[in-house]
Design a protein around this ligand. Structure first.
Ligand code: SF4
Ligand code: SF4
Length: 438
């Protein structure tokens, strides 16, 4: 059977064997949780509680007051001890609600529904919005907003992303193996919410056991095997591989008639609409060469990163770098006090040797960066434009289409910091455009 794929991409060391066989373990909530009001793309939620308030698990503690935002719920019952800025995995300080866990796990009253697929589209959308669900594959776009593209967009395909192409991470893999029925139910609800008639789930062929599990529940849902290649899970790459459609330059998936949602988001939607449960926990892979016992955990949102690392046996030696996410697109962490948020799918700890950034050498014009770029850019030219502050030229050569996958930097034999300078150029183009009022 031929595997579907896209142009370009790379085959990095996957290292998924560290945790692929590790069943998801439930990690109980710590004594104190720190719940940021910003866990999504868009406007931060606005706190609805203050110091001294008693809260229940599942209670709204931050409300969405802007169209692109998402509410935030308490993962525990207990007492609010502070509403203050705290370290966030995005590297900044973010307004957070700090809650002392009373250990009683008292919940708000949930409203389950025995046959959620029968609900009206608008009711499903309302429940998804109220549950605070956002894209859990890492992007964090509020799901209810993504399910409502412009009126003239004809959505015919819902594409569920089960590719998990980032090396090391296995949280989605374990979710598909252990909660396949939830993924399938969530996919049906998402399809109803966005009006798609066809549902396809794309999974890389290094997870055939997950495909077998999904097929047991899938019914008419199509499951497509994809080549194991990074960045197979990029939205545009996935759409091209599965449907053959191209999303236009600077465009969004709805312009190709497709809505893409991650498998973890689908499972969260099932729990929200069927069980009435808001998004207050998620699966996180804790892995890397300097983690004692790499594992997968189901953890309450707001659990500090160091709690997960301790639960995985701690470090075998002082790490060179700790990332949230995978090695290709993950974010380096400066404080392990930062908590798990809705978009954290993994914690990766690398040794000092693995974390060394090599000295760049001159470009030898080998074009390997061009061959791997999945969006047909010329990374070597874009790097030069970024380095020499040639912002107009960077824009003309498509810098804004760069999906920041890092394939060019990875493959470059001269170890040039290509993505770094492309990011510099992108930031400047955005700043220029803001100045011009576009
Ligand atoms: S891969 Fe590196 S050395 Fe080769 S053309 Fe691109 S920037 Fe130059
Ligand atoms: S230019 Fe951007 S999209 Fe192309 S390979 Fe480099 S990081 Fe990826």
């Amino acid at each position: 059977m031929s595997l579907k794929t896209f142009f370009g991409g790379i085959h990095p060391k996957y290292a998924k064997e560290l945790t692929a066989e590790s069943p998801v373990e439930i990690l109980s909530a710590p004594e104190t949780v720190v719940v940021p009001m910003l866990q999504h793309i868009g406007a931060p939620a606005v706190p609805t509680v203050k110091k001294g308030d008693e809260v229940l698990a599942g209670q709204v503690i931050g409300e969405a007051t802007q169209p692109v935002s998402a509410p935030v719920h308490s993962p525990v019952s207990g007492k609010v001890v502070a509403v203050t800025d705290r370290p966030h995995v995005n590297g900044r300080s973010v307004l957070s609600v700090v809650i002392e866990n009373d250990g009683e796990n008292k919940w708000v009253e949930l409203e389950p529904h025995p046959d959620p697929v029968q609900l009206d589209r608008s009711v499903i959308l309302d429940k998804i919005r109220a549950a605070g669900i956002v894209g859990m594959g890492g992007a964090g776009f509020p799901t209810a907003v993504k399910l409502r593209p412009p009126k003239d967009a004809a959505i015919d395909v819902l594409l569920i992303n089960g590719s998990e192409c980032e090396p090391y991470l296995t949280s989605d893999h374990r979710l598909m193996l252990e909660s396949a029925a939830d993924v399938i139910l969530g996919a049906k609800l998402l399809a109803k919410a966005c009006g798609a008639k066809k549902i396809v789930i794309g999974v890389e062929d290094n997870k055939r056991d997950a495909v077998a599990e999904l097929k047991k529940h899938a019914g008419a849902i199509e499951i497509v095997l994809l080549d194991t290649k990074y960045p197979q899970g990029g939205e545009k790459q996935l759409i091209k591989a599965v449907t053959g459609r191209e999303v236009p330059s600077n465009g969004l998936p709805f312009q190709a008639g497709v809505v893409v949602q991650n498998v973890a988001t689908a499972a969260a939607v099932a729990q929200a609409v069927r069980d009435g449960k808001p998004l207050v926990e998620r699966i996180v892979t804790v892995t890397g060469s300097v983690i004692n016992e790499p594992r997968n955990f189901l953890v309450p949102i707001g659990t500090p990163l160091h709690n997960l690392i301790e639960a995985a046996g701690g470090f075998t030696e002082e790490p060179g770098k700790v990332l949230v996410g995978g090695p290709m697109m993950g974010m380096a962490q400066h404080s392990l006090d930062a908590p798990v948020v809705k978009t954290v799918n993994g914690i990766l700890a690398l040794s000092k040797g693995e974390a060394v950034v090599p000295e760049p050498l001159p470009c030898i014009k080998c074009a390997r960066c061009v061959d791997v770029c999945p969006v047909y850019l010329l990374p070597l030219r874009l790097e030069a434009f970024g380095m020499h502050e040639m912002w107009d030229e960077a824009k003309e050569y498509g810098a804004m289409d760069c999906i920041e996958c890092g394939c060019c930097t990875y493959i470059c034999p001269s170890k040039r910091p290509l993505l770094h300078y492309i990011r510099v150029a992108k930031n400047q183009i955005v700043a220029m455009s803001r100045k011009q009022g576009n």
